[in-house]
Design a protein around this ligand. Structure first.
Ligand code: FES
Ligand SMILES: [Fe+2]
Length: 329
């Protein structure tokens, strides 16, 4: 049964539901906070309706887009982009369509190469990645995902912010277990964004191109389900930034999307970076899908923390402060 997750924070936030390139002529079924939604594209833009025809309960995402609406696959009822039923083919032409013949609509927009949905009146007029904009147009961007994970969103974000796992989960790539020590760092709050000091990590093969470097990581948290790290590579001008935005599908499942920015290896095809990220996500999947408890404990007494976990501690505190209930215990 469908149950809306009544999270006071996330219901008013924009969530990425798919890559723009993946929404073409047909409607697409997605799920946000437990609600099944059909997203579709018309000449007017992108739209989101509850994925349920009120006639006989068939998902509208099985139907097709015609003009500015969706035609249900079962008996051809047509819903406009606001969710109002505008045509019931089996009804005589001179009969009015009952006012009750409608389905819910949600806020939907397209930005940064993603389709975004918000369930209630959005807190921000537009979706944000990295405080409102992606970096300079000079940086090459690569979109990654969707990565479907059987884990709650906050677990996925916390894993991304965890520096001391690099040497073990991603050994030989993002870290080396012979160099596991993390020097102490602090986390600061700047304009509502959590930002770590630079953290030094030796990386044998950090982006799939096969050579080792000394990197300085800076982690950032923009909101409960959007984080990033920037990485400077010692003795170069190379800059790398990876944004992670997690769609809260329901309490047990989430979908991760990423945008990578870089100012080097511009001749390299996107596929090299995407395939590398695919590999890293599979390594993380083995961890996040098996962590207990499934919900992130916000009580800091519940687990043991070290200095190297300062970013996770700050993240858990931030979740508590924002009043988020989804995916936490
Ligand atoms: S179930 Fe949709 S038109 Fe009948
Ligand atoms: Fe990881």
């Amino acid at each position: 049964m469908e149950v809306l997750i009544e999270d006071p924070v996330l219901l008013k936030q924009w969530h990425p539901v798919c890559l723009s390139v993946d929404l073409t002529d047909s409607p697409k079924a997605v799920e946000v906070l437990g609600v099944k939604i059909a997203v579709f594209r018309t000449a007017y833009g992108v739209h989101a309706l509850k994925d349920l025809c009120i006639h006989r309960g068939v998902p509208l995402s099985l139907g097709k887009v015609v003009d500015d609406g969706i035609v249900c696959a079962y008996h051809g009822w047509t819903y406009d982009r606001c969710g109002k039923c505008t045509r019931i083919p089996s009804m005589p032409k001179n009969r009015a369509i009952p006012a009750k013949a409608r389905t819910n609509s949600y806020f939907c927009t397209e930005e940064f190469g993603f389709i975004w949905v918000c369930i209630k009146q959005p807190q921000d007029e537009k979706p944000m990645i990295g405080g409102g904009k992606l970096n300079s147009p000079d940086f090459t961007k690569v979109h990654m995902g969707p990565y479907k994970l059987n884990a709650a969103g906050p677990r996925v974000i916390e894993n991304f912010l965890d520096v001391s796992h690099l040497m073990f989960v991603h050994e030989g790539l993002l870290g080396d277990s012979e160099f596991p020590e993390i020097s102490d760092y602090q986390v600061h709050q700047k304009n509502g964004v959590l930002v770590s000091d630079e953290i030094e990590v030796y990386q044998p093969d950090p982006d799939g191109r096969g050579h080792g470097v000394q990197s300085q990581y800076t982690y950032k948290v923009y909101n409960p389900l959007c984080a990033a790290f920037t990485k400077k590579i010692s003795n170069t001008n190379e800059f790398f930034q990876l944004f992670l935005i997690v769609l809260p599908v329901n309490e047990q499942q989430s979908t991760a999307f990423m945008v990578m920015e870089r100012n080097y290896a511009l001749e390299e095809g996107d596929q090299v970076f995407v395939e590398f990220q695919d590999l890293l996500i599979e390594q993380d999947r083995a961890i996040v899908e098996n962590q207990k408890p499934e919900l992130l404990p916000l009580d800091l007494q519940a687990e043991l923390h070290l200095n190297c976990d300062r970013m996770s501690i700050a993240y858990r505190k931030l979740l508590k402060e924002t009043g988020i209930t989804f995916g936490t215990a």
